[in-house]
Design a protein around this ligand. Structure first.
Ligand SMILES: C[S@@+](CC[C@H](N)C(=O)[O-])C[C@H]1O[C@@H](n2cnc3c(N)ncnc32)[C@H](O)[C@@H]1O
Length: 218
């Protein structure tokens, strides 16, 4: 096993035995980079807000089909979206569930966390096998892609996702099914130079290291 989950008094922590620079990782929405991002949220000027077509006051229903460590779902919930998070890898879902439970006890975060509902399942299977009472306005996909570098400069979070999850070979299938179920749009996060998962996005929003390919439902 290339990772280990440990129950500590402070919550569930993940370690990578190969990693010596840091000891254990926990999802903590109330501290560090996640807290910073939340406190400096720029509303509709956030690139992800532009990509999902959000404007002040919108409370979109969003399916985040690739929840991972919950960072983007948290931003979307902080904007006011109702976010259903899908995570199919058991270890990542365990970390995320623990992070959400701890954040619920923080009065400064509880109203945001209440808007985040985790479903431990493959989103493709879930969409194929369930009748949805309401279709989501937006479906967001941020699948793993082949690591281009194993350099030590890769961020801790990416090292974890690369070591634990690896790559998501069915990413194109995920985008395809998302297009059937989203009411307004499907947003796909890709690495800066990665090929599209479906040709001809209607809009592209570019950041330095990544971009959002947007497919609009007509
Ligand atoms: C690149 S990470 C997402 C990172 C995430 N956006 C964040 O903010 O931390 C991709 C995650 O999506 C999960 N995933 C990929 N395809 C999935 C699917 N079809 N259903 C559920 N989870 C999926 C992977 O297990 C992995 O944890």
């Amino acid at each position: 096993m290339n990772y280990q989950l440990t129950e500590t008094p402070e919550g569930i922590a993940l370690t990578l035995p190969s990693q010596v620079k840091w000891r254990a990782y926990q999802i903590d929405f109330g501290q560090g980079p996640l807290r910073y991002r939340f406190e400096h949220l720029q509303g509709r000027n956030e690139l992800i807000a532009k990509a999902i077509g959000w404007k002040k006051g919108d409370s979109f229903q969003v399916f985040d089909t690739t929840a991972g460590l919950g960072r983007e779902a948290f931003l979307l919930a902080a904007l006011g979206c109702q976010v259903t998070l899908f995570e199919r890898h058991t270890a990542i879902a365990t970390l995320l569930k623990d992070g959400l439970q701890r954040a619920m006890t923080d009065p400064t975060l509880a109203n945001i966390i209440e808007r985040m509902k985790l479903i431990e399942s493959c989103a493709i299977e879930y969409l194929n096998n369930n009748t949805l009472p309401d279709l989501p306005d937006v479906i967001y996909c941020d699948p793993m892609f082949e690591a281009r570098t194993k350099s030590a400069a890769v961020k801790k979070e990416m090292q974890i996702l690369q070591s634990v999850v690896g790559s998501d070979a069915d990413a194109s299938q995920l985008v395809e099914i998302s297009l059937k179920f989203a009411k307004k749009r499907v947003v796909v996060k890709r690495a800066h130079a990665a090929p599209t998962l479906k040709s001809n996005p209607d809009l592209v929003f570019k950041a330095r290291s990544h971009r959002f390919d947007v497919y609009i439902k007509t």
